[in-house]
Design a protein around this ligand. Structure first.
Ligand code: SPV
Ligand code: MG
Length: 293
């Protein structure tokens, strides 16, 4: 019996369920929590990892740092990983190396965006959003498709035309060109506060490639509304692990200062035993029993 690749598992989940829910993560621990919560996959987020280092998401974190995080995640949980490889870390030559590395490290999919390197994070107000020429980005997508070993490994082209303020006709033109270059899916990103811009794009999109969205800016776009559009097969919750962590740490840290100790927060945060469970301390105990003589 041959085992299914993670890419195949992700493709099958999209076919069976119609829509998969992918949670952002910046570490093996948050990836494991996403798995326990019931997500279909994990988004190895460049934004989250940058934030973890206290850095803005502007191509400062290296491919090696991101790849190390991704590899560590894939060692610690079983969900398919959708790897955010930003611009592919350079031109088509860099993309080839990145795809080789990410596929070997256990990613099920890579998302490559059509910005120039170094990129600027998409959701920031008045960000410098420079896009590549369409032909140049097509070359990067073609290079990615040609490089993958597993034909199921997903190459997702991220179309940033709406983020760059270039309008729907340009976004549709780019999506069609990226599909022609071989992209399996089109990620359309928007920072409008309402879903209209994305809904309009999706209704106007008549390509074969299914759509991926990241509804951070327009949170009322829930699963029911996404499904109603019919063409979206993947939703990525782009930064909810790091934002939830920051909320929890800010609340706990300020309470300790306010209370003059840990006596009150102790009841509000998970126990040390819960961390032991997540660390799989039970395996250490079992190994001690079996092998320490
Ligand atoms: C990320 O999580 O790194 C993303 C999504 O690329 S966003 O920050 O919305 O661009
Ligand atoms: Mg990113």
């Amino acid at each position: 019996m041959t085992t299914k690749s993670k890419s195949r598992i992700l493709r099958d989940a999209m076919a069976d369920k119609g829509l998969v829910h992918i949670m952002a993560s910046h570490a093996p621990l948050s990836a494991r929590l996403a798995e326990e919560a019931g997500f279909d996959g994990v988004w190895a987020s460049g934004f989250e990892l940058s934030a973890l280092y206290g850095l803005p998401d502007v191509s400062l974190v290296s491919m090696t740092q991101h790849l190390d995080m991704m590899r560590a995640m894939s060692e610690q949980m079983d969900l398919p990983i959708v790897a955010d490889i930003d611009t592919g870390f350079g031109n088509a030559v860099n993309v080839i190396y990145a795809v080789e590395q990410y596929e070997a490290a256990g990613a099920a999919a890579v998302v490559i965006e059509d910005k120039s390197f170094p990129k600027v994070t998409s959701l920031v107000a008045d960000g410098r959003q420079e896009l590549l020429r369409i032909e140049e980005f097509q070359g990067k997508i073609e290079a990615a498709c040609k490089t993958r070993k597993d034909p199921d490994f997903l190459i997702v082209a991220r179309d940033e035309a709406l983020i760059a303020g270039l309008g729907e006709p340009e976004a549709l033109k780019r999506a069609a060109a990226y599909e022609e270059a071989g992209a399996d899916m089109i990620l359309i990103h928007s920072k409008k506060k309402t879903p209209d811009e994305v809904e309009s794009f999706v209704n106007a999109w008549h390509g074969r490639a299914p759509v991926v969205i990241v509804p951070t800016a327009y949170p009322e776009m829930n699963a029911e509304r996404i499904r109603a559009l019919g063409k979206i097969r993947m939703v990525i919750y782009g930064n909810h692990a790091i934002r939830a962590s920051v909320t929890a740490m800010q609340k706990t840290f300020s309470a300790i200062i306010r209370d003059g100790g840990i006596q009150k927060v102790n009841e509000e945060i998970v126990s040390v035993e819960e961390i032991f469970r997540l660390q799989r301390m039970d395996r250490v105990k079992a190994h001690e029993r079996a092998f320490l003589r």
